[in-house]
Design a protein. Sequence first.
Length: 163
Amino acid sequence: MRTIIHDLDESYDSLFKSKNENVIRADGKYAPCQGCFGCWTKQPAQCYMKDKLQMVCRMIGKADELVIITDNYYGAYSPSVKNVLDRSIGVSTPFSTYRGKQMHHTLRYGKKKKLAVYAYGSMTEDESKTFRYMVERNAINYGFQEFEFHYLENLNRLEEMEL
C-alpha cells in the first residue's frame, strides 16, 4: 500500500486518490504536534487530537511505500509537510534498538519498502545535498529499506509519473 503526503493544492487530490488508498494533503488545517508523546505511550499510534491527522501514525506505519511531495524550504520539507511528519512519531515506540550500527527507535509496524521524496521550487546545490541527506536519515528512522530523492523543476512531471 502506498501513502502520499503532499502540500499541493486540491486539484492534485483527485490525481493521487485515483491510484492510492491514502492521500494526506498537508494543507495546514490541523493542529501541530503538542509533544505529549501520547501516541507513543497512552494511545499507541493514535493522536489524542481529534482532527484529520488523528490516525496519521497508522496510515504511514502501514504503508509499504511513502511518497512525499513538498515545496523546498532551504533544503527541507515545507512547514505543513513537516507538521504531518511530526504528528507521525507514533510509527515507532519509545524503546531503542540498533539498526545499521546506530541507535534508533523500535519500529511499531516493522520494515517497509521505499520512501520517495519529490521536492519542487527553487533549490541550490547545497540545499539538494542537505535534503537528500535528510531523506536518507528519515528512511532509516521510519524503517524504509530504500529511499529516493528527486528534484522537480516542473510540477507538470507529476502527471506523467506513476504516483
